[in-house]
Design a protein around this ligand. Structure first.
Ligand code: C2E
Ligand code: MG
Ligand code: MG
Ligand code: MG
Length: 280
């Protein structure tokens, strides 16, 4: 293992910076082989209707069980994948797996798939979506792509066109982590997002009595309603948070309170027990 390679040579650098860069290099090295080594898998987290509490969708969340590094969280490896463009093949794999898995669920249940800016900028992004839909046979209306505001930091027109193409297929597009990034509201006029996902930081703040967070959630919900978009409250962990966002008019709720990200088998089993819902 090259773990200690170069130690002592770079003594002039700040040690923690060096360790950081070195760790990223190691992750990149292993991530390059993760797909062929079959080390990636998807978990699925339920999104429920705020009023009926029925599962309306699952968000696909990628997991990496690395031979070299053990479990690595997406918060750690997704940025590396984005910087190295490894997110392009990984994202294609995620799209295919997620669409395929969704065909095992009742037809009323959608799948949400995260897409990074680097993926959207690929000229054939829409083709990879068509391919995943065709191979799986999933109805395009059951696929909702999640993007963050950061897609508008680069070439916003390319991003808009790529999303317009998948919308033309019948897919939906959600704006993830809303309010945490670069929030120019102009693009809300140019793209018909189906859903705005209210970031967990606002949900948490509001539940802790922050009047600023409360005001922001209220304003986002009102804005979404007048734009005919749905809202999903992210990161709801407690009953109090759930009832608060429901009272504030969020349409959907996602978070540990209703369900953690789970294996595909566990997600399927939610529909096959005696209490199954949304059959047919
Ligand atoms: P995200 O898209 O905003 O996904 C929601 C994250 O919040 C997930 O973290 C989920 O496990 C976590 N979460 C859900 N409910 C709760 C809660 O009640 N409390 C708390 N504390 N956390 C909650 P995860 O799975 O670690 O993913 C982190 C981020 O990595 C995602 O944020 C997304 O930006 C990115 N990501 C994950 N999978 C993919 C993927 O397949 N492709 C791309 N491009 N990005 C992905
Ligand atoms: Mg997401
Ligand atoms: Mg999110
Ligand atoms: Mg978030």
């Amino acid at each position: 293992r090259a773990k200690d390679g170069g130690r002592g040579v770079h003594f002039a650098y700040e040690p923690s910076l060096h360790a950081d860069a070195e760790e990223r290099r190691q992750l990149e090295f292993s991530l390059r082989k993760a797909l062929e080594k079959d080390e990636l898998l998807l978990n699925f987290q339920p999104v429920v209707d705020a009023n009926s509490e029925q599962v309306v969708s699952f968000e696909a969340l990628v997991r990496w069980q690395s031979e070299d590094h053990g479990f690595v969280s997406p918060g750690k490896f997704i940025p590396v994948a984005e910087d190295t463009r490894l997110i392009v093949p990984i994202g294609t794999w995620v799209m295919q797996q997620a669409c395929l898995e969704a065909t095992a669920w009742p037809r009323g249940v959608k799948v949400n798939v995260n897409v990074s800016p680097e993926q959207l900028m690929e000229p054939d992004f829409a083709d990879t979506v068509v391919d995943a839909l065709t191979r799986s046979g999933l109805d395009p209306q059951r696929l909702e792509i999640e993007v963050t505001e950061s897609i508008f930091l680069g070439d916003a027109e390319i991003a808009r066109q790529a999303l317009a193409k998948v919308m033309a297929l019948g897919c939906q597009v959600a704006l993830d982590d809303f309010g945490t990034g670069y929030s120019s509201l102009g693009y809300l006029r140019k793209l018909k997002f189906s859903t705005i996902k209210v970031d967990r930081s606002f949900v948490q703040g509001a539940a802790q009595g922050s009047s600023e967070s409360l005001a922001i959630v209220r304003a986002v919900v009102a804005m979404a309603k007048s734009l005919e978009m749905k809202t999903t409250a992210e990161g709801v962990e407690t009953e109090d948070e759930a009832s608060l966002v429901r009272r504030m008019g969020c349409d959907r709720i996602q978070g540990f309170y209703f369900g953690r990200p789970m294996s595909s088998a566990d997600a399927r089993s939610l529909f096959s027990d005696d209490f199954s819902q949304l059959r047919a």
